[in-house]
Design a protein around this ligand. Sequence first.
Ligand SMILES: Nc1ncnc2c1ncn2[C@@H]1O[C@H](COP(=O)(O)OP(=O)(O)O)[C@@H](O)[C@H]1O
Ligand SMILES: [Mg+2]
Length: 242
Amino acid sequence: MAVIALYSVKGGVGKTTLAANLAWCAATTSCRRTLLWDLDPAGGAGFLLDAEPPGSGAAAARVFADGDAERLIRRTPFDRLDLLPADESLHDLDPLFASLGKRKRLAKLAAALMQRYDRIILDCPPVLGELAGQVLRAADLVVLPLPPSPLSMRAQVTVEAAIRQRTKSGVRLLPVLSMLDRRRALHRDLAAAQPDWPVIPLASVVEQGAVEQRPVGAMSPQSPAAIALGQLWTRIERELAA
Ligand SMILES: Nc1ncnc2c1ncn2[C@@H]1O[C@H](COP(=O)(O)OP(=O)(O)O)[C@@H](O)[C@H]1O
Ligand SMILES: [Mg+2]
């Protein structure tokens, strides 16, 4: 049983893309009962799996107040893969968390959901407030997508500081080079400097997956991007087992 968070303080780095595709890998390749929990009010994770709920309500934030996540969970087109969808009520959860006064609210809800799931994958918005604290305290592993650019790499320092400030004992962090273009010298240099970091190539098949609302591994299993996503999932399973 494990909670894996796709988290960064930056947007547009590949969190949602990785969350949806890794959740598919967990459910399909590893045959894990998997829940993809979308915490970003912008949604997107469900869209990528063609599992977006019809019309959005204001129920996603209520999960934190009343503790009843089950009634919101919906199936996706894929076996063993369920979705806890986002809606706009997730904007500015901090006042709700402040009134609840429970620093491990999300962690407790995730622990309860572990009766039904082997893997919970959190797709997070790029925030640093109390929601980030709740996520970092709930996660067994934080996957940090980093497009290879100096500005995006700075996010690593910020996230490491956030983990130190918001958790007692820390949490394992796995940086991933999320949109690597080997034609560019800067990208090759950054990858060579971090040989231990998993790499996802910048690939049109990933964008095509968003157009077709299908996981890359289901759409184009032999593509380098699908293979890299599968290898990243294997690495995550290995990190969790260590
Ligand atoms: N490996 C990749 N190759 C090509 N495009 C990608 C890749 N990863 C993400 N993208 C694209 O980059 C954009 C931002 O990705 P997204 O997953 O929404 O980031 P975030 O959730 O961090 O904001 C999207 O248009 C997505 O399709
Ligand atoms: Mg996103």
